[in-house]
Design a protein around this ligand. Structure first.
Ligand SMILES: Cc1cc2nc3c(=O)[nH]c(=O)nc-3n(C[C@H](O)[C@H](O)[C@H](O)COP(=O)(O)O)c2cc1C
Length: 204
């Protein structure tokens, strides 16, 4: 009789746990930091949070970039050429408490944007798992993921995720809506499973 109750309980628990969409890794403190101008990278950050939970933080500068596209392109090109690291307004409370840090950014001039360079210079992520993600206008991530690796030499940097976002140059700003949002969200979930951040659910 005892055995029978135990068996039924085990069965019920396995069925109910199978009802949730995905299971995030237990006991990991997750930070999701992103830079976003037209909100495409922000949308991907929120998709990650939907799957894993964690704290989402937007990177903001002490002196914001110009609204004008040509002007920001020029300023970013100058900053990349000189190695200037723009000071951040954003402060992260007790970075030491996080185990996993997602870093999200658009491709700017085929590179890691200067504010994300500032972030990775300012905060010590050694010993943590670092996971980059990116949106771009269709030209790819450029050197962004390589630079993340270089700036986090003592972190475990996992496979990054990238997808097509807006094309501000052509007036295409936010594209993470409708069918496209559903598709990107599915890709994000598959990627998180592939890199071991959510377990595969046997009931799906
Ligand atoms: C200053 C600047 C430079 C950019 N350079 C590139 C580039 O080199 N390659 C590319 O594919 N997209 C480039 N883009 C387009 C963005 O990467 C793309 O629109 C991205 O989805 C924007 O993300 P966000 O909406 O999170 O800001 C650039 C955009 C800006 C504002």
């Amino acid at each position: 009789m005892k055995h029978c109750i135990l068996l039924c309980l085990t069965f019920a628990i396995s069925v109910f746990s199978g009802c949730s969409n995905a299971q995030s890794m237990p006991d990991k403190k997750i930070l999701i930091v992103y830079l976003s101008r037209t909100n495409n990278t922000k949308a991907v950050a929120e998709m990650i949070q939907k799957n894993l939970g964690g704290t989402v933080v937007a990177l903001e500068l002490q002196k914001p970039y110009p609204e004008n596209y040509q002007q920001i392109v020029q300023q970013v090109a100058d900053e990349n050429a000189s190695g200037y690291l723009p000071p951040l307004k954003t402060k992260i409370d007790s970075m030491e408490k996080y185990d996993v840090v997602f870093v999200g950014f658009p491709t700017w001039g085929m590179q890691l944007p200067p504010p994300m360079k500032s972030f990775l210079h300012q905060y010590n992520l050694s010993g943590k798992t670092v996971i980059p993600f990116n949106t771009n206008a269709g030209y790819g991530v450029g050197s962004g993921f390589q630079t993340v690796k270089q700036l986090c030499p003592d972190s475990k940097v996992l496979e990054g995720f990238y997808t097509r976002g807006g094309i501000e140059r052509d007036g295409i700003m936010y594209v993470m809506q409708g069918n496209n949002a559903v598709q990107v969200s599915n890709e994000v979930k598959k990627w998180l499973q592939r890199i071991g951040q959510i377990s595969r659910n046997p009931y799906q």
